[in-house]
Design a protein around this ligand. Structure first.
Ligand code: IDC
Length: 561
């Protein structure tokens, strides 16, 4: 099902690009839709694993970012699919938090509409993003039964969707963790009757005392503890509590944070926000920002007209759009012929001995563009990237430096110049202690191919791995994106092999046309078989695997025509 969805999305894209006649589209299975192309289909269900949250399909730490709705009883005008669509398309949210207003006695505020909550959840699921159901109360433990029946009903109806995350208690105030834990222990079984999805639990002192929770964790295999901060008020002390919880191997989730003061008002504090963002990035903490609201206060992203963006709104849009540039699920297509996650043994996250210095902020350096000629070799030292995110340099046993500490989602971008569109064989000097690495190569956003890096038996045991790519003419940025981390790169040797991507004439009618694209789509969907001659034509990148990359190459051939 997931394979079909991924392929369908690719096929739908190709078909729209080449304007296939309607009659051909009728062959597509009924479930073809835009859904299936978002973070949830890519990562899967979120799961606490040591002090990280991983995806059930992706198996590596996942960090998703988005916005929180405001108290449902006060800003209900935003609780609809139109807002969800805007948040996904314009703000690039991967997660939305639904703060269902619940009073200090633990009862839903009148005006806090469960019907509206359900429509927002439906819209988020349709958009293939994560959605948090937040029992937005400061006194939920005063009425455990109300929470139990609410979560039981929501889990029954929505627990089967990987999209859904249950947040049991927005912010306990000054109550002991043992009280909150006792409440959670009564609510969790109601959810577990229906769902093993991630449950996040607020912590004492307005969800700041994650350290006390980590000292006395809840006995459930998929729980994370909630940390909230407001950048205008909170700083390093509160991050220290977060660090303490992480060091106890507790998973932490920042379901709400503000750029302003803790009262929700005041100016955007950019300096403090950036410190927090970089701390969250280096710990891969997922977050939602407060708030989708037009109330006249600093944290609202919308102005008085209800739709224009405030200072906070513009700032959040910028932050979220920058995250989208590097989000793994947007930039690295899954290999549709091999959709199973790479389950190669990796170092368990919770005992990862490597320094966590990644900030997630791209860094650039001034390097000369590498000019590739139409023949012969050129060598790119990996440390001479033009920009990168997340990687580090270290001394290389082969001399000089190599790039290391590459985790999933990290990337390096290199300035290259190519005389004409043609194929090059790239030979990577790479090393990996545990294997399981995978690199996606792209130019200008087009994925050109992927290369697996198996174990070489050590971080400095260098071996050569080859991939042939068709590089576009002119100046461009060749990006190496770690779809799965866990490898080092010393250098890349480019050898011109000539010739453009070949093949594409799958139906052997003498030319490459949309009919060939349709055949390839059907093959990828498993509804058409190829004979060996057709398979050769379909393997445009000549790597003996027919997958979405070949479809992209075919699409580009058609667009060039
Ligand atoms: C605030 C709203 C504010 C409203 C108040 C009511 O911004 O307009 O009057 O709730 O209690 C939180 C809470 C969140 C707060 C927010 C800002 O989870 O509900 O919203 N905040 O004060 N924790 C820390 C800050």
């Amino acid at each position: 099902m997931k394979i079909q969805k991924a392929v369908s999305a690719v096929c739908a894209f190709v078909m729209s690009a080449v304007l296939l006649p309607q009659v051909l589209l009728a062959d597509e299975p009924a479930e073809v839709s835009a859904a299936g192309s978002g973070p949830v289909s890519y990562y899967g269900q979120l799961q606490a694993s040591g002090n990280k949250i991983i995806g059930s399909s992706y198996k590596e730490p996942v960090q998703v970012k988005g916005m929180s709705f405001f108290w449902s009883n006060w800003q209900g005008q935003y609780w609809n699919s139109g807002t969800v669509d805007r948040m996904v398309e314009e703000f690039k949210c991967e997660i939305l938090r639904c703060s269902l207003g619940v009073n200090d006695q633990g009862s839903i505020y009148s005006g806090g509409d469960v019907g509206a909550l359900r429509s927002v959840m439906d819209a988020a699921i349709a958009k293939d993003i994560y959605v948090i159901v937040d029992w937005h109360s400061h006194g939920a433990h005063n009425n455990t039964n109300a929470a139990r029946s609410f979560f039981s009903e929501i889990a029954r109806d929505y627990g089967k969707y990987d999209n859904v995350i249950f947040e049991l208690y927005n912010e306990p105030t000054q109550v002991a963790w043992s009280t909150v834990k006792g409440y959670a222990e009564q609510v969790i079984p109601e959810i577990r009757k229906y769902s093993d999805n991630l449950i996040i639990v607020g912590t004492p002192t307005w969800s700041q005392d994650v350290d006390s929770a980590a000292n006395d964790p809840i006995n459930d295999s998929n729980v994370a503890y909630v940390l909230h901060f407001y950048a205008g008020t909170h700083g390093g002390d509160l991050r220290g509590k977060g660090d303490a919880a992480l060091s106890k191997n507790a998973a932490v989730f920042v379901s709400e944070w503000g750029t302003v003061n803790a009262d929700g008002d005041g100016a955007v504090n950019v300096g403090s926000t950036e410190q927090w963002l970089s701390w969250m990035d280096s710990n891969k903490l997922s977050w939602c920002n407060w708030a989708i609201s037009s109330k006249a206060e600093g944290s609202s992203i919308f102005g008085g007209d209800g739709s224009s963006l405030t200072e906070a709104g513009n700032y959040l849009k910028k932050i979220l759009n920058a995250h989208a540039e590097n989000a793994v699920w947007r930039t690295v297509p899954k290999n549709v012929t091999d959709p199973e996650p790479q389950t190669t043994e990796t170092t368990p996250q919770n005992t990862d001995p490597e320094p966590q210095t990644t900030t997630g902020t791209p860094q650039t350096q001034n390097v000369e563009r590498l000019s590739l000629s139409g023949s012969g070799n050129a060598v790119l030292e990996a440390e001479n990237y033009a920009s990168m995110s997340g990687v580090e340099l270290e001394d290389c046993a082969q001399g000089g430096k190599n790039v290391g500490y590459i985790e999933s989602g990290d990337w390096m971008s290199n300035s290259i110049s190519v005389p004409q569109t043609m194929k090059y064989e790239l030979t990577l000097d790479a090393a990996s202690e545990n294997g399981g690495g995978q690199i996606a190569f792209s130019c200008g956003g087009n994925t050109l191919g992927t290369l697996d890096i198996p174990s070489t038996g050590g971080w400095q045991n260098w071996q050569q791995f080859k991939i042939t790519l068709e590089l576009p003419a002119g100046e461009s940025d060749l990006k190496l994106h770690a779809q799965q981390g866990g490898f080092n790169v010393d250098k890349i040797t480019f050898t011109a092999v000539g010739g453009q991507a070949s093949g594409g004439d799958i139906n052997r009618d003498g030319n490459v046309s949309t009919a060939d694209a349709v055949m390839l789509c059907k093959y990828l969907l498993g509804i058409e078989q190829f004979n060996s001659e057709q398979a050769k034509q379909a393997d445009l990148d000549d790597n003996r695997v027919i997958n979405a990359v070949d479809l992209t190459l075919l699409k580009r051939m058609l667009l060039r025509k």
